[in-house]
Ligand binder design. Structure first.
Ligand code: SAM
Length: 213
């Protein structure tokens, strides 16, 4: 991978996560007119930071299998590994999968990686948990993601989805709840971001539970 990285800390209560992040994301831009070529994988988005905190503060994933969809730089999945999960990072961008694995390793988490597009998803394994931060914003992709939830989430499994209060994502979460008969715990929070001109972002976290057999 020929990408310049910069190490940065991410602070959780009682724990510092070290992350190697892309130093110059703009240098990766080649064609902004093609959504699949926009290097959105190369940022740690506010929704990922809020989800990482929720996982750290609320979940015990000991002995659970978990897949992160659209893992980008792998922050939430890394925290899941620290909370005991056996993690698989997935993304259609090869550098994203590699950097997710690298960042997990930096923090003592060993994980698996799968490079694959939701539109042609070949993983057949079923997981106890599937998580994703800032990923379900394009309605065209929703049918493929719904299929992944149907195929790859165990009975009694759980989903964790976070986003910047996007209307499309709320609509999609409602569709998932209805079609898979899930129940929801929703947490609305604010992610402070001193580096952003906005200063802070409103984030919704949806914790969905699928009924067991
Ligand atoms: C906005 S980024 C979020 C990255 C990370 N989850 C975060 O919150 O920091 C969206 C992620 O989804 C991935 N992605 C987008 N479309 C995808 C597709 N069709 N198949 C697989 N991954 C996809 C991107 O490569 C990127 O890593």
């Amino acid at each position: 991978m020929d990408i310049r990285l910069r190490r940065t800390p991410f602070y959780l209560p009682g724990k510092i996560i070290n992350l190697d992040i892309v130093d110059d994301v703009e240098a990766l831009i080649t064609d902004l007119s093609d959504a699949d070529l926009v290097p959105c994988w190369a940022e740690i988005w506010p929704a990922a930071r809020s989800l990482a905190r929720y996982i750290w503060e609320h979940l015990d994933l000991t002995g659970k299998t978990l897949m992160e969809l659209g893992s980008g730089l792998g922050l939430p999945g890394t925290v899941c590994g620290l909370k005991g999960a056996t993690v698989t990072f997935s993304d259609y961008n090869q550098d994203a999968v590699q950097l997710s694995l690298h960042n997990a390793g930096l923090n003592g988490v060993s994980a698996a990686g799968y490079q694959g597009d939701w539109r042609n998803f070949m993983l057949t394994e079923k997981y106890d948990w599937i998580i994703g931060s800032d990923v379900f914003y394009d309605p065209k992709l929703n049918p493929y993601v719904l299929k992944i939830f149907r195929n790859n989430l165990k009975e009694g499994g759980q989903l964790l989805l976070s986003h910047q209060c996007r209307k499309h994502t709320y609509d999609f979460v409602q569709q998932v709840i209805t079609e898979l008969g899930m129940t929801e715990i929703r947490v609305d929070t604010v992610e402070k971001d001193a580096e952003s001109a906005f200063g802070q972002f409103s984030i919704s976290i949806h914790h969905l539970l699928k009924p067991g057999l």
